[in-house]
Design a protein around this ligand. Structure first.
Ligand SMILES: Cc1ncc(COP(=O)(O)O)c(C=O)c1O
Length: 472
């Protein structure tokens, strides 16, 4: 799962790399004190100024450019600059921007009705999507699903269901885990800045166990010992409703859970009557080469949370689980006005069909291999000893940058500079990780080989520029 780049031969950065075809993007300076620009000025700079005046600063935007239109793995901003999109709106676009099938299904649904609220007048697309999710999720047992709108809402509901099913309050989450920005999910999210800073207190009965970490020298055995110690010190196992884990850490740095750890968690949950929840919100829907990332380990969870690439760009999320567990909450205890919106349901059914018809699971595996090989080659050639790790599962892949290979000291500054240089050259990248020093690849699985090549060429150019800047 992990390709530590250990090539020892030092080489000077090449200057003869392929030129990126994208028109360079403008660089825009954000000036919060600038007066709001006129509403008819649609330049990136004007929109940045209007945004700064009108939008809460807590909603940070990674790129100071504004979208005009997008197609598959390409996006154009309001000034006509073109970008290759390796971020996919934070792992939402495994089927690409505006997949024709997804857009057609959403439009067709809009011609019938856009909202009735499933709790008032139900509709077939909700039922059909639940059936599909039940069929796709791992395990031979009977399953049921709940549809909601956002990932955080799915996680909150998974916890509610686990509590109702077990009659217990406690939740165990992991270091570096990310489960959302609502208050319950923030309590479960294992990273202070920026998510939890200044907005506590968080709900009680949430406990944190260590996640295995090569960087921190935490082995699977250490992590499991930490969990057992947690049972002894703070978290009485008979009072724990669920253990929630991302099969591949998302925001935490694209680190897969070692399979033996997942198996051990299943055993521990079985031993204590605890529900195992796989948070597949970022790792699901083909990103890792299987429908759900947990399938790689062979472990069957009790509950799964889903969202993001499930619907190719439409806001919908869900919880899939053992039928008897899902039915633990009384009628009326789950739901919400918009949960399982019919347009989003239609889009999700179409996106799932596209993943099936276009062989995107196999494409993810192949893309993962391509990225690993290309990144290792680029790293050895233009950034020796600076890419400490290339890791992930399938096309859910990240590169980790360090200042020093032996100590693996995180280099968030280099990572940030690569992202900025890439954007100027027409490539949208996004960082992640506890130390902000991992670059994650979330390119649509529908992207052509030519687009992938173009993106990697721009990445190489950006890396050379960022390294040169650091050495200047
Ligand atoms: C693993 C995981 N869980 C939960 C969430 C929260 O999803 P949302 O942002 O839709 O609330 C995310 C979002 O990135 C995520 O990656």
């Amino acid at each position: 799962m992990s390709n530590t780049v250990k090539k020892k031969t030092r080489k000077t950065p090449t200057k003869t790399m392929a030129k990126a075809k994208a028109k360079p993007a403008v660089s825009v300076v954000t000036d919060a004190a600038a007066p709001a620009a006129a509403a008819n000025d649609k330049t990136n700079a004007a929109l940045v100024a209007r945004r700064d005046a009108a939008v809460a600063r807590g909603v940070a935007s990674a790129a100071p450019v504004y979208a005009d239109h997008a197609e598959n793995a390409e996006l154009w901003d309001v000034e006509g600059n073109r970008y290759v999109d390796f971020a996919g709106g934070i792992a939402v676009l495994n089927t690409g921007h505006r997949h024709p099938k997804v857009v057609a299904a959403a439009k067709a649904q809009e011609d019938h009705y856009t909202h009735t609220s499933f709790q008032v007048v139900p509709y077939e697309p909700y039922v059909a999507l639940a059936e599909k999710l039940n069929a796709l999720a791992p395990g031979d047992h009977a399953k049921k699903s709940l549809l909601v709108t956002t990932g955080a809402e799915a996680v909150e509901n998974a916890v509610k269901i686990a509590r109702a099913a077990t009659g217990r309050p406690g939740v165990i989450a992991f270091t570096g885990g990310y489960h959302g920005r609502t208050l319950l999910t923030l309590g479960m999210t294992g990273k202070v800045s920026p998510y939890k800073k200044d907005v506590g207190p968080f709900p009680s009965d949430i406990f944190r166990a260590p996640f295995p970490s090569l960087r921190d020298g935490i082995t699977v055995q250490d992590a499991l010992t930490g969990l057992q110690n947690l049972f002894l010190t703070d978290a009485q196992p008979e009072r724990i409703a669920c253990i929630i884990i991302e099969p591949v850490l998302g925001e935490g740095g694209y680190t897969p859970v070692p399979f033996e750890m997942m198996t051990a968690l299943r055993d521990i949950c079985d031993q204590h009557g605890i529900m195992l929840i796989a948070d597949e919100i970022q790792a699901g829907f083909g990103r890792t080469g299987t429908w759900f990332a947990i399938e790689h380990s062979g472990v069957v969870p009790d509950l799964i949370t889903v969202a993001k690439s499930m619907a190719g760009g439409y806001p919908i999320a869900g919880v899939i689980g053992r039928a008897e567990v899902m039915d633990a909450v009384i009628p009326g205890g789950l739901g919400g006005t918009y949960g399982g919106n019919p347009v989003a349901c239609a889009a999700a059914l179409a996106a799932i069909e596209a993943i099936e018809e276009e062989g995107l699971l196999a494409r993810s595996t192949a893309l993962g291999e391509t990225f690993r090989a290309r990144f290792a080659e680029v790293g050895a050639r233009v950034a020796p000893y600076r890419m400490w790790d290339i890791r992930g599962l399938g096309a859910m892949l990240a590169i980790e940058f360090v200042t020093d290979f032996e100590t693996a000291t995180p280099d968030a500054a280099l990572t940030k500079a690569v992202v900025a240089h890439a954007l100027k050259r027409g490539l949208i990248l996004l960082a992640c990780g506890m130390h902000g020093n991992a670059l994650r690849i979330m390119v649509p699985l529908t992207a052509s080989d030519a687009i992938i090549d173009e993106g990697i060429a721009i990445f190489e150019e950006a890396l050379i520029a960022a390294m040169a800047e650091q050495q200047a």
